[in-house]
Design a protein around this ligand. Structure first.
Ligand code: CA
Length: 236
């Protein structure tokens, strides 16, 4: 099986799973379906899919639990499907590491657009820069060859979106980004959602890379405007 083109659908509603599967197959992907959480984790481990479409409500586990379990091991892009439309739930999904979400009922075409947009971002992201960049006396190291950020020598588990956000801030160290700009730079033009999504991602990133996430030194809030990068480079 061509692992590089495999997408895993985790959805207990057979009809939805089948419709999404047929759209993905038409677009050239290999598709696996898990109808419950146990199978989802099994298929994830076995096939290492390129992307996961994950329903929140499953018979044996919640989508949140599955997402958390996967995030301990992988940065694979995850799109959550949710029947719950409250912004709060969406933000919660993003907090535990989903990259995007779709609210049911959704149009399969729109889902396909999200899938393509995320995969495009991930592949652009993979363009290697020449070197590692170290900040604050090697406390934080961005290794763009290995696509990795290390804090105190240990790799930080970041989602592709979180990595994109940091890379954009780092690339323009003097620039103050508005939320809107950061969304456009990191997620592309076809992102539809709340500006607050950025705040959630920033909060997560800070918890992962800052020594004290309440007194951040890498991702600084510029009051009334947005965010900028504050790491200090030593030797490159
Ligand atoms: Ca369901």
């Amino acid at each position: 099986m061509g692992k590089a083109k495999t997408i895993l659908i985790v959805e207990d509603e057979v009809k939805i799973a089948e419709v999404v599967k047929s759209y993905l197959e038409k677009a050239g992907y290999e598709v696996l379906i898990a109808y419950n959480g146990k199978d989802a984790l099994f298929l994830f481990e076995k096939h290492n899919p390129l992307l996961i479409i994950l329903d929140l409500m499953l018979p044996d586990m919640t989508g949140e639990d599955i997402c958390r379990a996967i995030r301990k091991k992988s940065r694979v892009p995850i799109i959550m499907l949710t029947a719950r439309i409250e912004e709060e739930n969406i933000l919660k999904g993003l907090e535990i590491g989903a990259d995007d979400y779709m609210t049911k009922p959704f149009s399969p075409r729109q889902l396909m657009a999200r899938v393509e947009a995320i995969l495009r971002r991930v592949s652009q992201d993979a363009i290697p820069l020449a070197r590692e960049i170290a900040f604050n006396n090697n406390e934080l190291v961005i290794d763009s060859m290995r696509h990795e950020i290390r804090k105190d020598g240990k790799p930080v588990a970041l989602t592709p979106n979180e990595y994109n956000i940091i890379m954009n801030l780092v690339k323009y160290p003097t620039k103050v980004f508005t939320r809107e700009e950061l969304i456009r730079f990191a997620f592309g033009d076809d992102f539809e959602g709340y500006d607050r999504v950025i705040d959630t991602h920033i909060k997560n990133i800070r918890q992962k890379i800052e020594a004290d996430h309440k007194a951040p030194r890498y991702i600084l809030t510029v009051h009334g405007v947005g965010y900028k990068f504050g790491g200090e480079t030593g030797e490159i």
